[in-house]
Design a protein around this ligand. Structure first.
Ligand code: ADP
Length: 447
């Protein structure tokens, strides 16, 4: 077992990982930038090391600095959380070269799945259905035109190195193709330092359904059902729930088994999520995330399975304790991402939180790194807390969500809480049939 884990992250996820380590009796090391000196994860850890100035590039993305922090503190493993270095294969290689374990999959699996074109090819090869599109990279306008004619408009241009909803451009007809390719390539180059693009059919009313899996180093793998992440704005998730209103037991077993079979053949180990678009009863592979997801708690709530703890255990070369037949789904869970943003236009609203009071009581969980008096720095992601509620069915979960949102107090900055209080009254949210375009249409209709 690991003796000391360094958490190469900040905010709520650093706190979540710290808690799992403490539950396992593992010593913890927090790292922080100068902007995060007063952060909760720093206060909670057994030790902490400053790894650089505010800008992520110089701190949370600074590999030499993080490795130095491991050596100073004597950490034998690193948990990367999500974002930052969590899907950086060269970070994994460098840690391994220093005899430090990475709590996550092998660098090869990260490499394969991190390149969206290669990931799609690999998924298809192992029997996962994919969205019709270009055969890999699209090099020029001629290839793009041919693809457009073959699959029909609308189409979506995506960056092979993409992430975080960036580098995607939807094209409605051939006339816009040339300008859209230029736009996508420029954005991809700017955001990811790689302008490789590919094309897919743009689905008009899909749901975003993803499957959570976990595998060990001995060929055992299970799935923990789906999460419905269709509540999005600008291709980024806002609210997630499980089970999805549109997935029945038979469908869950089908897509869960298909995903597990493919990833077992690939030899994957660790936690992972395969993201699908689901339209007209068909699944289409979108991408795989080779790390813990923001929305993992809803799965934990309905399966009673501690994903972070199990992730650490399999990374420490332990066998999965549970078999698929032992995974039982019970009840319903919804997560709202509470962002420091204006609830109308989603513009970031960093600053000092004067008063922070979290809801509680049965079925309510808040994962956060905030407290009254903390200052939210402008340098990082705007998510400051996750409100996760559980109910024995969807209706009781919705009632609890409304109650918990009403109890949540964040003063001093703007947050997305009013946005959720608004949408929980909408019919399509209440009946669970909303698709990935719902938020944008809803906001337009409100104007
Ligand atoms: P990222 O890695 O940047 O998050 P994804 O490939 O996961 O990118 O896509 C993010 C979101 O973009 C999806 O959840 C979905 O809403 C939308 N999207 C992606 N591909 C398509 C597609 N082919 N048709 C319609 N929407 C898509």
């Amino acid at each position: 077992m690991f003796e000391k884990v360094l958490i190469a992250n900040r905010g709520e996820i650093a706190v979540r990982i710290l808690r799992a380590c403490k539950d396992l009796g593992i010593q913890t090391v927090a790292v922080y930038s100068t902007a995060d000196k007063e952060a909760m994860h720093v206060k909670m850890a057994d030790e902490s090391v400053c790894i650089g100035p505010s800008q992520s590039k110089e701190s949370y993305l600074n590999i030499p600095s993080i490795i130095a922090a491991c050596e100073i503190s004597g950490a034998d493993a690193v948990h990367p959380g999500y974002g930052f270095l969590s899907e950086n294969s060269s970070f994994v290689e460098k840690l391994n070269a220093h005899n430090i374990s990475f709590i996550g999959p092998s660098s090869n699996h990260i490499k394969t799945m991190g390149d969206k074109i290669l990931a799609k090819k690999t998924a298809e090869e192992y029997g996962i259905p994919v969205i019709p599109g270009s055969d890999g990279e699209v090099k020029d306008l001629e290839e793009a035109t041919q693809t457009g004619e073959k699959i029909g408009y609308p189409i979506i241009i995506k960056a092979s190195a993409g992430g975080g909803g960036r580098g995607m451009v939807v094209v409605h007809n051939a006339d816009d193709l040339e300008a859209s390719i230029k736009k996508a390539k420029t954005e991809a180059d700017k955001s990811f330092d790689n302008d490789t693009i590919y094309i897919e059919k743009y689905l008009q009313h899909p749901k975003h359904i993803e499957i959570q899996i976990i595998g060990d180093n001995f060929g055992n793998m299970i799935h923990l059902g789906e999460r419905d992440c269709s509540m999005q704005r600008r291709n980024q998730k806002l609210l997630e729930e499980t089970p999805s209103k549109v997935i029945d037991n038979k469908t869950r077993n089908y897509i869960g088994e298909l995903t597990v079979n493919a990833l077992t053949k690939i030899g994957y180990s660790g936690v992972g999520t395969v993201e699908y678009l689901y339209e007209d009863n068909k699944f289409y592979f979108m991408e795989m995330n080779t790390r813990l997801q923001v929305e993992h708690p809803v799965t934990e709530e309905i399966t009673n399975f501690d994903l972070v703890k199990e992730q650490i255990l399999v990374a420490a070369n332990q066998k999965l304790l549970k078999k698929q037949s032992e995974i039982k789904f019970f009840g319903h869970s919804i997560e709202c991402r509470i962002n420091a943003e204006d609830p109308v236009n989603f513009i970031p609203s960093p600053g000092k939180i004067i008063n922070f009071h979290t809801p509680g009581g049965p079925g309510v969980r808040v994962d956060s790194g905030c407290y009254s008096g903390i200052t939210i720095p402008p340098y990082y992601d705007s998510m400051i807390a996750k409100l996760i509620v559980f109910g024995e069915d969807r209706d009781s979960c919705l009632a609890r969500l409304e109650r918990a949102l009403g109890e949540f107090v964040v003063e001093g900055i703007k947050t997305t809480i009013p946005f959720y209080l608004d949408i929980i009254k909408e019919e399509e949210f209440l009946n669970g049939t909303y698709d990935i375009h719902w938020v944008e249409n809803h906001m337009k209709n409100k104007q």
